[in-house]
Design a binder for this molecule. Structure first.
Ligand code: FAD
Ligand code: NAD
Length: 405
């Protein structure tokens, strides 16, 4: 009898969690498993702000996909997914095509620019290793160039971060540690450097615990970050950004570096493939399948599940992507074994910790609030746990964060 073929697209948190669970639960004679990913490496998306600021080398945030998959059981294909022909159970890749019986889409997020003019051309986004490396290099270039010019351009030393969500705040935390190092390295006066965070909402980290938000804001302000709250970015230009000021006024902020961290959307492959979605996120059934599709699962940032308590979608997080990966693998195993009763996904919220640099953080976990070194310790443990869940103790020893004391 022909074995069913399970294809997993994307080797991020959701994809690797699904693939590593499938390789444990599926016998070699039961199914063929194929994992497709653009790069031969996985990157910790949740550490990209560190690589972007230059506080952690980009090689520390990535590892070879083959380190965590059992190549006897899972075939790894390095390719870029271009389109999913879900009516024909085929996936179009840049290097050919692949057919499937069961498909898991876990292609992650892209930056959402909301159609704001100039952002795609003139702003950076913290989206993958290539982007992180470019942001780090660009900032360093601005510092290196500053003293070479007869007429000093102070705007070279201005960095604008668009959005004070978790990505924006974590990046600011890393930047505030990196800037004194850059000043020293390039003989730049620290007081010439400006780091401005522009946030459209009336508060930093909208919706998060106000006491923790105050802690984060005052900590970052002490380190030199300037917050422009209730201020929306309207346009990015080669010189910087234009922000809304009051009802109909605008203001220009000149900056050599603009990093847009003001939102994400699901992967554009979803829309290109004609799958009904909201900003690239598909409202999946609780068994993680696309409505009306018996063999199509979506996990991670391309999926959307409503939090019934507040009647709003859960935010796209690694925590959810990993939990979905486990359920998705079990459901596929059930289907290939001829069972029709599938498990429903229930999010087990373990808390949220937002780092503010290497040894500072804020967060909620176990029903308690944490700040400072304790929160930072927690954050590193969360990072190490994610490694453990996917690659076991050897991956933790290799890539883990042990700078905890
Ligand atoms: P990803 O982990 O991003 O993986 C997607 C994979 O698909 C990647 O390997 C990518 O290369 C691949 N891929 C993409 N397009 C293609 C294609 N066309 N063809 C082939 N392969 C492709 N969440 C938390 O819970 N806690 C945190 O502390 C946290 N911190 C974050 C910090 C930052 C700076 C950012 C940006 C996000 C953070 N998040 C955090 C959110 C979290 O990273 C995402 O929710 C999570 O990565 C989603 O997992 P995923 O599997 O959907 O996608
Ligand atoms: P986000 O959507 O959470 O935050 C974006 C911020 O940008 C919002 O505060 C929004 O008001 C602001 N904004 C939107 N348009 C703007 C404009 N025109 N001008 C200025 N500000 C504008 O996005 P994110 O921070 O990239 O996070 C993406 C996802 O990743 C979220 O689900 C988040 O929870 C998750 N994440 C989690 C962590 C963590 O748990 N430590 C860290 C990073 C990201």
């Amino acid at each position: 009898m022909r074995k069913p073929k399970i294809v997993v697209l994307g080797a991020g948190y959701g994809g690797l969690m699904t693939a590593t669970r499938l390789q444990k639960q599926v016998g070699v004679n039961e199914a063929d498993i194929v994992l497709v990913n653009k790069n031969d490496y996985h990157y910790e998306t949740t550490w990209l702000h560190e690589a972007s600021a230059g506080t952690l080398h980009h090689d520390r945030v990535r590892y070879d996909v083959r380190e965590v998959i059992d190549t006897q059981k899972v075939e790894f294909v390095q390719a870029t997914v271009e389109e999913i022909k879900h009516e024909e159970n085929r996936v179009i890749l840049d290097s050919g095509e692949i057919s499937y019986d069961y498909l898991v889409i876990s292609l992650g997020a892209e930056s959402e620019t909301f159609g704001i003019k100039g952002l795609k051309e003139y702003a950076f986004s913290i989206v993958n290793v290539n982007a992180a490396r470019q942001i780090r290099e660009h900032i360093e270039y601005q510092f290196a160039t500053y003293n070479t010019e007869a007429e000093k351009k102070d705007e070279r030393l201005t960095i604008v971060v668009g959005g004070a969500g978790f990505t924006g705040i974590e990046f600011l935390g890393e930047l505030s540690n990196r800037i004194p190092e850059l000043c020293k390295e390039y003989d730049v006066d620290f007081h010439k450097v400006k780091v401005i965070c522009v946030e459209a909402a009336p508060m930093v980290l909208p919706g998060f615990d106000p006491e923790l938000v105050n802690y984060a804001t005052s900590y970052l302000e002490k380190k030199g970050v300037e917050f422009r709250i209730g201020t929306a970015i309207k346009e990015a230009t080669p010189e910087g950004i234009i922000v809304a000021k009051g009802e109909d006024e605008v203001e220009e902020i000149k900056a050599g570096t603009v990093v847009w961290a003001a939102g994400v959307r699901g992967n554009s492959v979803i829309e290109k493939s004609g799958i009904e979605a909201m900003r690239g996120r598909v409202k999946v059934n609780l068994d993680l399948r696309v409505p009306g599709k018996e063999n199509l699962f979506i996990v991670g940032d391309c999926s959307l599940i409503i939090n019934e308590e507040i009647n709003r979608p859960y935010p796209p997080t690694a925590q959810i992507a990993m939990q979905q990966g486990e359920v998705c693998a079990r459901n596929i195993v059930a289907l290939i074994r001829g069972k029709n009763e599938l498990e429903t996904f229930e999010f087990d919220n373990k808390g949220t910790v937002c780092s503010l640099g290497e040894d500072e953080a804020i967060g909620t976990a176990f029903g308690k609030k944490f700040v400072g070194a304790k929160a930072s310790f927690l954050k590193k443990m969360i990072d190490n746990r994610a490694l453990y869940m996917i690659g076991g103790p050897s991956l933790v020893f290799k890539k883990g964060k042990f700078n905890i004391f």
